[in-house]
Design a protein around this ligand. Structure first.
Ligand code: SER
Length: 355
């Protein structure tokens, strides 16, 4: 097995480009000492909110050269300079197959997807992109015997689902195209596991809060926007009503969940593609109150967007994640207070908000 690997960067449609190692530090194929299972990984949608956190963490654990970051758009310098990357349309099964083959990957983290609010603006596109890309990576995983992580979401639930607590196994009749693709995706992953023996795994992520790359058009985006506006202008107009409760999670916990389920002992997993996971339940009013403890001048007002309010109202107030806790030891670290403190420490404060 060669110890040096080419770095495929800017590859389009599976067509390889010249080795660009000269522009980066030399990537070697040496295993990271102590890396569990020495995985070789391809990440789709690496430039998004989750990917921008997941890729550095995977590289830290498994080794920089072992994690190929891909996205439909060129990735930023930070990702490109720390390991291999490539432009890749995840709906193009042939290109995905070639990328996985060249990288000799044994695991795919498939993050490329259209979220709930943007999905309702073009439901046909949401269906096509979310399902075509999932089918593509599952087929590649079947052919090349890779494990697959696919994020599901609280979006799988609908108005007829019990809201508090929402059980692990319950009614799932979502009313968004995003949610429909996530339910279909969970079932498709189950199918590939049962019929083709693919090691498919996933968690139903709640709204994710992070600094850095922002979310791409979800209903839970307010919980990120509120921080950006709080530090920039000291005020935020929320598109959901003050008392809208939704499950949320700080990104470091979400990354732990993603890697935790992939590293879990498969013999303990009953719900392999669809674990409820949550860390906190937030309303805009409660989070604004927490932010005010740090930025006393912060003000929140409300201008409800009916389209996104309907989606939020169709989702749970509090999901029950005991199956994840029992089957693979899921345990989030950040509650609302710890997350808020950390977010504000990492966002640039404006002088007028500092005291
Ligand atoms: N954060 C997603 C959204 O709002 C839900 O998983 O669409």
């Amino acid at each position: 097995m060669p110890l040096k690997r080419h770095v495929w960067c800017g590859v389009d449609g599976g067509r390889t480009q010249p080795d660009r190692r000269a522009t980066f530090r030399a990537f070697t194929d040496e295993p990271t000492s102590g890396a569990p299972n020495l995985k070789r990984i391809v990440v789709t949608g690496a430039g998004g909110q989750i990917g921008s956190w997941l890729v550095p963490k995977l590289r830290e654990i498994y080794g920089d050269t072992r994690v190929l970051a891909t996205d439909v758009r060129p990735l930023g310098a930070e990702v490109a300079e720390s390991g291999p990357c490539q432009v890749l349309d995840a709906t193009d099964a042939k290109a995905v197959g070639q990328a996985v083959l060249r990288h000799r990957a044994d695991a795919i983290y498939h993050l490329a997807a259209i979220l709930s609010a943007v999905g309702e603006l073009d439901p046909g596109l949401a269906w096509t992109l979310n399902m075509t890309s999932l089918e593509a990576v599952l087929e590649v995983a079947r052919e090349q015997r890779c494990a697959i992580f696919t994020p599901s979401s609280i979006g799988v639930f609908g108005p007829s689902t019990p809201k508090d607590p929402t059980p692990q196994d319950t009614l799932m009749r979502p009313t968004t195209m995003y949610g429909i693709t996530k339910v279909a995706g969970e079932l498709l992953c189950d199918y590939y596991h049962h019929h083709h023996g693919v090691d498919t795994r996933g968690v139903r992520l709640p709204g994710l809060i992070s600094y850095g790359a922002g979310p791409g058009g979800g209903t839970t985006d307010w919980a990120v926007d509120i921080f950006r506006h709080a530090v920039r202008s000291g005020r935020y107009t929320c598109f959901l009503s003050a008392d809208t409760a939704l499950d949320m999670m700080y990104m470091p916990d979400a990354i732990d969940a993603v890697i935790g389920i992939m590293e879990a002992d498969p013999s303990r997993l009953t719900h392999r593609n669809a674990f409820n996971v949550t860390a906190m339940q937030l309303t805009p009013e409660a989070l604004a109150g927490e932010i005010k403890k740090h930025l006393p001048g912060f003000e929140i007002s409300y201008s409800v967007d009916p389209a996104r309010q309907v989606i939020a109202d169709s989702w749970p107030d509090r999901i029950d994640d005991s199956a994840a806790r029992n089957e693979w030891g899921w345990a989030p670290q950040f509650d609302m207070a710890a997350m808020t403190k950390d977010m504000l420490e990492h966002l640039e404060p404006q002088p007028s908000q500092e005291g």
